[in-house]
Design a protein around this ligand. Structure first.
Ligand code: IPE
Ligand code: IPE
Ligand code: MG
Length: 238
């Protein structure tokens, strides 16, 4: 049981609504993505200042490959630019960058910049910034199940050793704590294949605000709401 009033130590965000933000203003979808990158900067900085343990951002889902080639290319370019430009800010804020998802299927130049940013920040001791890239929650579970099956076949582990705790070790980030708070911008009430295993007891907060408009004040609102929640984990109030 967690007392009310605590701040979350891990926040995960489904950064949605970039396209709608642009459409409302008569802009091309790309403008929404570009402006969304500004929100990423501001929210990351704010979370680091609050000494959060981890911020996990859903930046590109496995399903997002269904989008037009042109949009995918622009998103990858934005991601690459972000990784290059933000290196200094990431290090200045003592942030350690990591990633989850099938990274090896991303364009090679993006993989390269990601590796450089991760390597350059690996000794930082502050907040972990985890980008979900080419991420799918079901695939993460399937990938873990395959690895476990392999190890059972090799005799490295026994069937009895497969518990929730060991299963967790086979997920993309084995040492990640479950998110305490999941924020979705853009108003849709769904999880869109994000962190399916990890959010089993996460508090969910959905806002109609589109991601490019989501700034410090909205984060504060989410945190305020979170501190009002009583997390019972199936138990009873004392
Ligand atoms: C989220 O915004 C960004 C990504 C999924 C990469 P969208 O592009 O999904 O914006 P909407 O949902 O169409 O408004
Ligand atoms: C979720 O947004 C994925 C990311 C924010 C990266 P989508 O726009 O892809 O989700 P759906 O299609 O509305 O479920
Ligand atoms: Mg969307």
């Amino acid at each position: 049981m967690t007392e009310k009033g605590h701040l979350p130590s891990h926040i995960a965000i489904i950064m949605d609504g970039n396209g709608r933000w642009a459409k409302h203003r008569g802009f091309a979808r790309f403008r929404g993505h570009r402006e969304g990158a500004e929100s990423v900067r501001e929210i990351t900085r704010e979370c680091a200042k609050k000494h959060l343990k981890q911020l996990t951002l859903y930046a590109f889902s496995q399903e997002n490959w269904k989008r037009p080639q042109r949009e995918i290319k622009l998103l990858m370019k934005l991601l690459k630019d972000f990784l290059i430009k933000e290196r200094k800010e990431i290090n200045d804020n003592n942030i350690r960058m990591t990633a989850i998802g099938r990274i090896s299927e991303l364009p090679e130049d993006v993989q390269r910049e990601l590796a450089i940013t991760m390597e350059g920040s690996k000794n930082n001791t502050g907040m972990v910034l985890c980008l979900a890239l080419n991420y799918g929650g079901r695939t993460e579970i399937v990938d873990a199940a395959r690895e476990i099956a392999k190890n059972v076949r090799n005799g490295k582990i026994s069937l009895e050793e497969i518990t929730e705790d060991t299963f967790k070790k086979y997920l993309y980030m084995s040492n990640m704590s479950d998110p305490d708070l999941l924020i979705r911008t853009g108003g849709d009430m769904r999880v869109s294949n994000f962190l399916l295993w990890e959010i089993s007891y996460t508090e969910i907060w959905v806002t109609p605000v589109c991601w490019p408009d989501f700034r410090k004040a909205h984060l504060e609102e989410a945190l305020k709401e979170y501190t009002r929640r009583e997390r019972r984990f199936g138990g009873l109030r004392e």
